[in-house]
Design a protein around this ligand. Sequence first.
Ligand code: KG4
Ligand code: ZN
Length: 337
Amino acid sequence: MNVYILGIESSCDDTSAAVLLNNQLLSNEIANQALHAKYGGVVPEWASRAHLQNMIPVVDTALQKANISISDISAIAFTAGPGLLGSLLVGHSFAKAAAYALGIPLIGVDHLQAHILSHFIKNEKNTYPKFPFLCLLVSGGHTQIMRVNHFFDMKIIGTTIDDAAGETFDKAAKILGFPYPGGPLIDTCAKEGNPHAFVFNQANIAAYDYSFSGLKTSFLYFLRDQLKNNPNFIQENKANLCASIQHAICNSLMRKLIKAADDLNIQEIAIAGGVSANSALQERLKSIALKKNWNIYIPPLQLSTDNAAMIGIVGYYKFLHKDFSSINVIPFTRNKF
Ligand code: KG4
Ligand code: ZN
């Protein structure tokens, strides 16, 4: 049976539409909203307005690139939550109206589950995580270690008690004078720097949980003190500062992931979410995998940050289970796990 899924993602500031034929990705269109860059973060009201403008053109392009018509679509999968309410409502309204008009099933998808299950989109090597696996989910709003027992059976075993890893990258970047989102810019600038040039406080809290607020404060206070003596300190040390804060974040992330994998005796390890695009995190994961004999799964760049392909793959598996949503489904803004 050929199942064509139209996936829709609008939880934050990216408007995205994708078409999948079963587990195979045919198109994945993303409209980024550059308008937030100079404000140091996403402005929710502008994000929803931009989704309204972008939604129809993005869906049209995704259908054209997949070379199919909307009448070929078997079901519409959309991000039900978590995310910004106004942004989610645009995707909800589009998906409900289109599914109703076409008389096809509507499938609400959890954004975090989608980041994790993006690893099941068909790839060239046909290699997919084997259950049970651990997934380090690191994005702008979330930092979690998940134990994934099956497609829809997953459990948080560690989480951040304050800031997310992506948020920490973005806040450090803002302090250094980079526009939003600064995570990728820190990654690029860090390539010229020494990760051991400066040492920042890394939290050491219980079990598999994370905390990044102390690291952020230690970075801020360190710079405040240095700038008193030398107003050009940031300009003169930018690459070393980027490399050192990146090292501290990645080190914290990996320490707990290693502990979880050792304790639970799991060697299938995936990473997902925007921060999984970080080159230092990927290098660290690869070198530890060699030592620990892990099988690792790193998403390609277009599937690491927010995208509708990951919504579509969850839609496909839910379609097979006939797990459909009612037209009365409402957005949820907080994590459900
Ligand atoms: O998953 P995502 O696109 O959106 C959320 O669901 O939050 O993640 C966005 C986050 C931002 O904080 C961004 O700075 C970070 O991912 N990010 C990176 C990199 N690429 C994206 N952080 C560090 N290094 C990168 N290369
Ligand atoms: Zn995300």
